[in-house]
Design a protein around this ligand. Structure first.
Ligand code: ADP
Ligand code: MG
Length: 670
């Protein structure tokens, strides 16, 4: 049994109630409109706007005894105050307070800053949205430290890479399935084609391109080889039915020229390395700006990315100035592009449809020092560098000002993006192509007071600029959700021989034929192997075509059955609704009757109580009556006794009288 059969069995026997495909027919969502494999223009919805979010980070003072000119007042307010002897105007000390999205003091860890500022942008990247994050500040204020950090205390860039790979680890596509098309887009190819390309590029490279001789240079220390502490954070809610792939590019803008830091330098054994050619900026067919002919490297792990980064840093022209021997006089841009496309309906391979490819980009920019050139003791070339740096930062400032003015006064003044390469390259972001965040780095030394005021002013103004919010990217294109898991379940079941135990659906045999023939090329003109492979692929194509036709037919039948079920479902739903109404009415009647019964029961209870009281009173009265009767009887007996007594006495008296009378009479007679 193959996967399709398994899928159908699972759907019909395992979970008959849950029909995830119902959504496919009743409300098939409109997929987002896309150009062919290009970074989609995620123009924000003009009604929803967010300000450019500006954060402030204060680095620790180089020497703890140094006087400082900055004080953190609250979690989003800082105060800039001059130390003794600093500029005093009109007898008043210049003290300023600035408000930011958040202020990070000198004790804030790299991890805390990453979590607060950059992690939401990584989440956006994984959800298909773009983002621009840049560090701004004077030289030696901690821009590079914040952006890159050290292997033991990594900055934003390595942490972003860690979190991206922690999140997409299992969902990565095989190498070369996505290929840059050199016009800022990507092509998709089948896994079989990608495998052939892997073989061509990695297994047989010597046969196609002769190697140019390069001098043996000592390898730079690898980020991964030192005790690097990997950020273990992971973004959970990403689309599991998509396949992902990460591409990075690394450029430098120096003297208003764009250089590709990942381009191979041509080496001449006599003259040495040839100077690199500057690149031009172009607009792709969705009006996104990009660096034309820039090398984009596909990477599969953070370690690979660090190798690429170090290769670029090796090439980076770092001109040492009097302010900081390590500071860079150029702007550097590390671009992370995430390409994602849905799995095919079987949940097996990437869907071969460039329209469904979604490309999102996170640009991490480490700007050059923003100080004025006079402070740097620059001479000649250096002065020119500093001038251009300041000029490009000036243009950035003018762009922000114009944007803010346009938004405040509802005007449409032209924003001079084109006046510098930095602003021209990031123009899309300010036009509403994703979140823009800036970290303003501050060196608290009191000597930096004057320069820091300029930095703060720019930062405060920047946060008034509003950027349209990027729209949510919808990945649901109507295919069965959870197909990756389903396919995995099938594979697991097949491995455990459980598939045979499932109920049998007859006559469903989907197979693309036998497995691939051995594809090892013995030599470059191994025509036989190629012919076998060609025949095999042709056969496979034919089978695929037949299977597709069959699949489409079955899909139609399945759809028709679903429609029928849907109708039945609606009929039953309306019937159910009617019944529910009846039940509701009856329930109301019942509750009325219950109320009546309850009232009667209450009355009955009251009567019972009343009767009980009366009975109690009755028994008391009976006792009283008994008592009275007893008393009456007693009195009666007493009276009888007295009556009898009186009678006896009377008789005795009478008798005495009679006797007396008789004696008296007899005396008299005598
Ligand atoms: P910038 O890139 O702005 O010129 P750096 O990032 O190179 O400045 O910083 C200059 C020096 O200050 C470096 O040695 C760096 O290690 C140190 N530093 C900057 N910020 C911090 C911080 N928050 N904690 C510790 N050290 C820092
Ligand atoms: Mg730096």
């Amino acid at each position: 049994m193959d996967f399709s059969e398994f899928l159908i069995r699972r759907k019909f026997f395992d979970s008959p109630g849950k029909s995830p495909t119902r959504r496919c027919i009743s409300s098939r969502p409109e997929p987002q409109m896309r150009s062919r494999g290009k970074t989609p223009k995620k123009k924000g919805n003009s009604t929803q706007q967010d300000p450019v979010e500006v954060y402030c980070r204060i680095r620790p003072a180089g020497n703890p005894e140094d006087e400082t000119c900055i004080k953190v007042l609250s979690e989003n307010t800082v105060q800039l105050l001059p130390t003794d002897g600093a500029t005093v105007r009109n007898g008043q000390v210049k003290e300023f307070q600035y408000k930011f999205q958040h202020v990070f003091d000198e004790y804030t860890s790299q991890k805390a800053i990453y979590d607060y500022v950059a992690l939401p942008m990584v989440e956006d990247l994984l959800h298909g949205k773009n983002g621009l994050l840049f560090t701004y500040g004077i030289t030696s204020s901690g821009k590079t430290y914040t952006m890159t950090g050290t292997p033991q205390d990594q900055g934003i860039l390595p942490r972003c890479l860690d979190v991206i790979f922690n999140s997409i680890n299992e969902l990565q596509v095989k190498k070369y399935v996505f290929r840059p098309d050199k016009m800022n887009g990507f092509e998709v190819q089948s896994e079989a084609d990608a495998m052939i390309e892997r073989q061509r590029r990695e297994i047989l490279p010597g046969l196609t391109t002769p190697k140019t001789p390069t001098p043996a240079t000592p390898k730079p220390p690898k980020f991964g080889e030192q005790a690097r502490l990997r950020d273990m954070c992971k973004v959970d809610d990403i689309e599991e039915d998509n396949n992902y792939c990460v591409f990075v590019s690394y450029i430098e803008i120096y003297n208003n020229y764009v250089f590709d830091l990942l381009e191979e330098l041509h080496y001449d054994p006599i003259t040495g390395y040839r100077p690199p050619q500057s690149k031009i900026l172009r607009t792709d067919n969705t009006e996104n700006m990009y660096v034309h002919n820039c090398v984009e490297v596909e990477i599969k792990s953070p370690e690979e990315a660090f190798e690429v980064m170090y290769k670029g840093q090796k090439r980076r022209k770092v001109a040492h100035t009097a302010l900081n021997a390590e500071s860079s006089r150029s702007h550097s841009v590390f671009n992370i592009r995430l390409v994602q496309a849905p799995l095919d309906p079987r949940g097996e391979e990437v869907l071969q449809d460039p329209e469904r490819v979604c490309i999102s980009q996170l640009s991490l920019v480490d700007l050059a020092g923003s100080e004025r050139s006079k402070r740097t003791d620059n001479m000649g070339d250096r002065l020119k560098e500093a001038g251009n740096i300041n000029q490009s930062l000036m243009v950035l400032r003018t762009c922000m000002e114009t944007l803010r003015e346009n938004q405040k006064n509802n005007t449409n003044k032209m924003v001079p993006y084109r006046d510098s390469k930095v602003t021209h390259l990031f123009k899309n972001y300010f036009d509403g192509d994703g979140k823009v965040r800036m970290i303003v780095c501050v060196n608290p030394r009191s000597q930096e007071y004057e320069e820091t005021i300029h930095v703060m002013k720019f930062a405060e103004m920047t946060q008034e600029v509003m950027v349209a919010r990027a729209t949510q990217v919808r990945f649901d294109i109507g295919l069965t959700p959870g197909r990756r898991k389903l396919h995995q379940q099938y594979k697991d079941a097949a491995a455990a021989n459980e598939v045979a135990a499932l109920p049998v659906v007859p006559s469903l045999v989907y197979s693309l034929g036998p497995s691939f023939p051995p594809m090892e090329l013995l030599h470059s003109s191994d025509d036989k192997a190629l012919r076998i492979l060609e025949d095999f692929l042709n056969d496979r194509c034919n089978r695929r075509h037949t299977l597709n036709t069959d699949f489409n037919k079955k899909e139609e039948e399945f759809r028709a059955r679903l429609v029928e079920m849907e109708r039945e479902y609606y009929r039953l739903t309306s019937k159910n609704e009617q019944l529910m109404k009846d039940v509701e009415k009856k329930e109301k009647d019942m509750s009325k009757n219950e109320n009546k019964v309850r009232a009667l029961e209450r009355k009955h209870e009251e009567f019972t109580k009343y009767i009980q009281t009366l009975e109690r009173e009755n028994s008391i009265m009976s006792l009283k009556l008994e008592d009275k009767n007893w008393k009456i009887n007693l009195e009666k007996t007493e009276r009888e006794r007295m009556k009898h007594d009186f009678k006896t006495r009377l008789e005795m008296n009478n008798y005495a009288w009679e006797k007396n009378m008789v004696s008296t009479c007899s005396e008299q007679l005598c």
